[in-house]
Write a protein that binds this ligand. Sequence first.
Ligand code: FAD
Ligand code: UDP
Length: 365
Amino acid sequence: MNYLVVGSGLFGAIFANEAAKKGHQVKVIEKRDHIAGNIYTKEVEGIQFHQYGAHIFHTSNKVVWDYVNQFAEFNRYTNSPIANYHGEIYNMPFNMNTFNKLWGVVTPAEAKEKIDEQRAVLGGKEPENLEEQAISLVGIDIYKKLIKDYTEKQWGRSCTELPAFIIKRLPVRLTYDNNYFNDKYQGIPIGGYTQIVEKMLDHPNIKVQLNTDFFDNREQFEAEADKIVYTGMIDQYYDYKFGRLEYRSLKFENEILDEENYQGNAVVNYTDADHAYTRIIEHKHFEFGTQEKTIITKEYPADWHPGDEPYYPVNDDKNNGLYQHYKDLAGKEGKVIFGGRLGMYKYFDMHMVIAEALSLTKKYF
Ligand code: FAD
Ligand code: UDP
């Protein structure tokens, strides 16, 4: 069987690897000039530079963790971002350190009492949007200082128009624990992420063609392949026949600085409306770097227009409804499989993409 895999990100690479191991011939086409999709990293000034934004691996799924550890050794990095609100510094995610700094409370019981008092404004109503969900989780003060402006910058719309699930990604804890994730396993691959995809694609049955867009030669690619695994935008695959899905894009502003330590942490979120960027990443701190220079990236959220990178699907009701039409069509395809964050239009983290790809290939092969 000949497989054509469109996209060399994590999903495409896992599928290619599993198909190749089963003896199939696989061609991977990638429109960028490098493999690995958004997890691509490269070495700059001796530092692993995350070109498409900070990527921290975390999972509670042992199968996924063991799988990814075949391709790289992970360090002990634990994500503990801090939030900068008009120069005031708070620990993230929302935990006793945050509550203590904000309200002076010391015990979990005091923090709980304060949050209960603040969420009373909702009058016991079931949260229906991100604003209500946030107030219900952490109260009005934290919503105003650490959530509202950040979220509205990130998504370009009011918190009252956003789905509640986005904020439920973040833990709320009544312990003094600044770990951003609740997962059992976490870390950054020593030597970067690109090696993971490189090793997946390094198989005699796999050919990789960079700088190749599926839509530039669609008929030819379709004719050549017995099966296609498509990890690009699903609405583009169907020529937007039901209308365009919405995405959120980002602009990254990178600087190499002649100093050793710019901000003392890998991730600093800017949660006020005065800064147009949402966060500054200092890449060396993901790997405890001691180089003389440092690289920082300011991350500016942006509206998505055709031709921009579609970094985030906008999984609100309107777009999920539209996606359902495309998904119904996809379900009827005999020759094409849709996968990954763009092919399935889901806000997947890396571990979820791996779990999806492994479950698909297990069923499929
Ligand atoms: P992608 O990596 O997007 O790969 C798709 C590939 O297909 C791309 O290389 C693209 O160029 C190619 N392609 C698309 N269309 C075509 C076409 N027509 N022809 C040829 N090639 C095409 N996850 C975490 O677990 N932890 C994190 O900390 C984290 N941080 C993130 C930060 C940011 C800013 C972003 C945007 C994502 C983050 N993620 C994180 C999510 C992670 O990036 C994704 O889960 C993962 O990269 C998705 O892999 P994929 O293969 O589905 O998609
Ligand atoms: N968020 C926030 N303040 C922060 C960090 C995150 O309000 O300081 C909200 C925001 O709505 C964001 C969501 O939490 O979209 C999820 O954050 P996460 O860090 O998981 O987003 P990602 O890394 O995927 O951009």
